[in-house]
Design a protein around this ligand. Structure first.
Ligand code: BGC
Length: 996
């Protein structure tokens, strides 16, 4: 039974708030106004307020709306007339004084008054008409109810006071004053209810581009329920959803938003099937970008969620050295970690996992749930502008092992990892239009393995790249995503595009699930509808004859079909997104909703800590590759480590190079790099000094510094020192390849080493070490004449400290080169200048191409302050006789153990240290492989002198295979050599086994 009581004329005595019957109802039942309003007669006593409203006839509504409009208009007109009078009266005297501008201003006053009155009249009228528009009214109710909830006695005092503060500002001081302390008075309630009007008109504060009206308020409702009524209130909704999902998917009572792991498929399908088409479309493209800009409050990538289903959005951020600092206030709140190439040079899988956990934790602290990395492309072109971002270096096997661990580490924190840039994005020159042609064997043996390993590690997302492959853009290239990635590798996550890398809507039918950043319209509703009509519902599963890896979700809900798009395309795209995120728990415990309220956390939450900075320094130190450490003359000691009381002559401007952050012009250019971080979207700025000089000074080493690059003056500074260190660096940035491989100070270094060689050999001058900081391979004409050399592949904010740790011996170096240091740049592959880019070298990429030819420092090389000896414990033994494995062999068959061996590693030197044992195979010539291929490596723990560790290798059938075009991985027959080595050119143990 309804009472016909006007909303705006509520009788205070009849108002009661029912706290149990508040925002959660909206989620349970949807925004139906009938469930929102109760009659006065049914209002019970207790602590509740009933919002009273009865049904009205359309005529009644129309008449009262017109009446209200006219009343407000009249008030406005009276105000305007008054304003006009005042304006005119005041302006005449001024006009006589020759100040006509005042007159104008007074005209503006009454003009504004008229506008305001028309507006408020319209507002009132619309509000009166509201009951016929359920959505508007539901939103209004919610705003009022939320306010009431905030004011309820159970709400935290701080929340109540904060809300009342703005009521105070709204000029009702006497009414709101005492309410911080207790239950609102009837008069206060009346005021509060007027918020309904506001709520119906104003979008939630800070809603941004692409955010539908009411979106944030809906999320606000749930979080508010939790804030004011305790966790159980908001979770009521979640419980119901949970029941529905877990009923479909797995153990009863499982909360749907938590980490689902392997059970995510059914759970995600149960959620997606609840979505309307509009809601599903939200998941397949981003929002927040305007042109090429995204403002504060937005992440690098932003995907909205579905508040009706309590499904949050996805908050994406780059990635290559930690949480990308896009806005000035973020600098210093996050750690600038070593680059991924530096991480690769540790050859330490457990460190890679730890790195992933640290970075994942920082992303979470910043409210981000998707890490746009790791970047995995194998270096083909040493000048590649993004090589420092690429975890694989020149070696797919190194990339595969490190990627797998990193993905596991990141995703263990509930953050989605994104393997990128898939595929063949080996250069920045013409990166949008380079068209790569590569043979199938090189694709699977060299360029795919790091991605395949990430897929095996459960990576939830893959980013398709900018370049073209066989004539079409990677984000849509036929066969790349559906046949190779999903079909053959078994990828079950979602494919997102690189930013603006989709060039046509058809990409959706070729396997791109999400278009980023989403402002180009290719995945709009209209565009996808056109595609669906053209493509029908079948061709999207073209997987080269293989079964589709992703199970299709249950049949389409009618709503989707009716809305114009069959469930097949958009539903499946949305399904993959949700399933990937649910697998890793990216929806769990989210602190903010992008497009609504992520600004504060993204800008000022402090994600770094002393522990993280220490860890960054530890990883940076573990990444310092000691290239050379020779006694300057026979009988003399090696230059490193520095002895107690050493006096270092530090030479060259690069020893105290400022970070990009310290140089305004560099900071303001997004792609500017420095000697510590790579420029571009992966850049993490920091505001401390990372220089070698700062690191040594903090380490208590006595230093005299020459801040110039003149070899003569530098040589003069050397006398009297116990060691001279000359520095050099190179920078790199996204979207440009490096112009050459030389360090910026190459001629200074080359002149200095040769000018001082004789005097150093004679003991007149101290030994000279070159410290290089570089974003990838370099040429090092100075190296033959230097006594010692080290290189760091962009060590982040801890670079200087880490170099100091290695120089002083606080850390015994254990890093190995992930790239070759060639003799000459002409020994390497240059970026393609023609758009058609043929990888004619096939398998002979990077170090594999240079085997047997002179290099400065070989792939896998790196010195220690101690030495290690290897001995067989168990020589290679075939687990069983492997035979050819057809393409259709299950993944389990390919990864099953096929060859076991173990080796003991003994520290035979005088200080503790860790070693990296590298396992290479030498295939029979008929296999057509390069001379050696890396098939495994193990980093030992830090071994005390005379201690031994047993290192076990288990090679799979795939490890013993090569890729046969059109067939797949096939075990190579014949005599195969197993080489255990300290670098690709330092073979220690060799054994053979025969297959076939
Ligand atoms: C880069 C990606 C990055 C994206 C978002 C693109 O320019 O190629 O690596 O994730 O921007 O910032």
């Amino acid at each position: 039974m309804h009472h016909h009581i006007e909303t705006n004329e509520i009788q205070p005595a009849e108002i009661e708030l029912t706290t149990a019957d508040s925002a959660a109802d909206l989620f349970k039942r949807g925004p139906s106004r009938d469930t929102r309003f109760r009659s006065a007669a049914s209002a019970s006593s207790g602590d509740g307020v009933r919002l009273l409203r009865g049904p009205k006839s359309p005529r009644h509504i129309a008449v009262s709306a017109v009446r209200l409009f006219l009343i407000r208009l009249c008030i406005g007109l009276v105000g305007a007339a008054w304003g006009a009078c005042v304006g005119v009266c005041l302006s005449y005297p001024f006009a006589y004084l020759g100040r006509p501008a005042t007159l104008l201003r007074s005209q503006q006053v009454y003009f504004v008054l008229i506008l305001v009155s028309i507006f408020t009249g319209a507002v009132a009228a619309v509000n009166r008409c509201g009951p016929t528009r359920p959505t508007r009214i539901a939103r209004a109710d919610r705003a009022a109810e939320l306010t009431l909830a905030r004011l309820s006695p159970t709400a935290p005092p701080a929340a109540r006071c904060a809300w009342l503060a703005w009521l105070l500002v709204a000029a009702v001081p006497p009414l709101s004053a005492g309410a911080c302390l207790g239950v609102p008075s009837p008069a206060q309630r009346r005021i509060i209810l007027s918020i309904r009007t506001l709520g119906s008109l104003l979008p939630y504060p800070s809603a941004g581009p692409g955010v539908p009206p009411g979106y944030c308020a809906e999320f606000g409702a749930a979080s508010l329920m939790e804030a004011t009524h305790g966790p159980s209130a908001g979770q009521d909704v979640r419980r119901r959803l949970s029941e529905r999902v877990s009923g479909a998917a797995g153990p009863a009572g499982r909360a749907w938003w938590t980490r689902w792991g392997a059970d995510a498929s059914a759970a995600a399908a149960a959620l997606v099937i609840e979505m309307t088409l509009e809601e599903a479309l939200r998941l397949v493209q981003g929002v927040g970008w305007q042109g090429y800009d995204v403002g504060p409050g937005w992440y690098g990538g932003n995907v909205l969620g579905v508040p009706r289903l309590e499904l949050p959005g996805l908050h994406m951020q780059d990635a290559s050295q930690g949480y990308r600092t896009m806005f000035e206030p973020q600098v210093g709140t996050v750690t600038a970690w070593p680059s991924l190439l530096a991480l690769a040079s540790t050859w330490d899988v457990s460190l890679s996992a730890a790195y992933g956990r640290y970075i994942g934790a920082e992303f979470r602290s910043k409210g981000a749930t998707v890490l746009l990395g790791p970047s995995l492309n194998v270096h083909r072109v040493p000048r590649g502008g993004r090589n420092a971002e690429y975890l694989s270096g020149e070696e797919p096997g190194l990339g595969a092992a490190m990627a797998s661990a990193l993905v596991g580490g990141v995703q263990s924190t509930g953050v989605v990892a994104v393997a990128k840039h898939f595929a063949l994005n080996q250069q920045e020159t013409d990166r949008d239009s380079t068209d790569v042609y590569v043979d199938e064997r090189a694709l699977w043996e060299v360029y795919y393995p790091p991605f395949a390993a990430a897929v095996e590690a459960g990576v939830a997302s893959v980013m398709c790249s900018y370049n073209k492959i066989n004539g079409s853009h990677a984000c849509g290239a036929r066969g790349l995503l559906l046949r190779d990635l999903r079909g053959r590798m078994g990828f079950e996550g979602w494919v997102m595009s690189d930013w603006w890398a989709v060039h046509e809507t058809e990409a959706a039918a070729e396997g791109v699930d999400q278009n980023m950043p989403g402002n180009d319209g290719y995945f709009s509703r209209e565009a996808l509808a056109g595609l669906e009509q053209a493509a029908g519902d079948t061709p999207i599963d073209e997987t080269g004859g293989l079964p589709a890896a992703a199970p299709a979700p249950p049949a389409a809900p009618a709503a989707m079909g009716e809305a114009g798009l069959p469930y097949g395309l958009v539903g499946r795209m949305a399904f993959r997104v949700v399933r990937g995120a649910m697998r890793v728990g990216a929806y769990d415990g989210l602190g903010c909703h992008v497009g609504c309220d992520c600004g504060p956390v993204m800008m000022s939450a402090v994600a770094t800590s002393a522990a993280h900075r220490d860890a960054a320094r530890g990883i940076a130190a573990a990444s310092v590759v000691l290239l050379k450490n020779e006694p300057p003359r026979p009988g003399a000691a090696r230059p490193l480590p520095l002895r107690h009381g050493a006096h270092v002559a530090l030479l060259g401007s690069a020893c105290d190079a400022p970070a990009a952050y310290a140089v305004a012009s560099r900071r303001s250019y997004w792609a500017a790099g420095d000697y510590y971080v790579v420029g571009g979207s992966g850049r993490v700025l920091f505001n401390t000094s990372a220089s070698v000089k700062a690191g040594l000074a903090a380490g208590g080493v006595t230093v005299s510094f020459y801040d110039g690059d003149d070899p003569v003056q530098a040589a003069e500074m050397m006398s009297g020192a116990t060691l001279a260190i000359a520095c050099g660096g190179a920078i790199a940035q996204e979207s440009w390849d490096r112009p050459h491989l030389r360090l910026d100070q190459d001629s200074f270094l080359t002149s200095l080493v040769s000018a001082t060689a004789d005097r150093r050999a004679a003991g007149v001058l101290p030994p000279l070490l070159v410290a290089a900081m570089a974003p990838g391979a370099i040429t090092a004409d100075w190296s033959p004449n230097a006594d010692a050399a080290l290189i760091v592949f962009l060590g982040g904010e801890a670079t200087g400290g880490a170099i100091a740790d290695v120089l002083t011996g606080a850390v015994n170096p254990s890093a190995r080169l992930p790239v070759t240091i060639p003799v000459d740049e002409t020994d390497t592959v240059a970026p393609c200048r023609e758009l058609r880019c043929e990888y004619t070298e096939g398998l002979h990429v990077g170090w594999r191409a240079l085997h047997g030819r002179p290099v400065r420092f070989a792939f896998g090389h790196g010195l220690s302050y101690t030495s290690f000896v290897y001995a067989w414990e168990q020589p290679p033994a075939l687990a069983h006789a492997p035979s050819g494995i057809p393409l259709s062999a299950s993944a389990a068959a390919l990864t099953a153990p096929a060859l076991n061996l173990s080796v003991s590693v003994t520290n035979t030197g005088g200080v503790p240290g860790a070693d990296v044992v590298q396992l290479y195979l030498r295939f029979p010539a008929e296999a057509g492989e390069p001379e050696l291929v890396l098939r495994g490596f193990v980093k030992t723990r830090v071994l005390a002198p005379a201690k031994t560790e047993t290192v076990v290798f288990v090679l799979s059938r795939r490890d013993l295979s090569t890729w046969w075009p059109g067939v797949g991985w096939t075990v190579a027959r014949g005599r195969v050599g197993v080489v255990l080595a300290a670098s690709s050119r330092d073979e220690r143990l060799v054994a053979n086994f025969t297959v076939g």
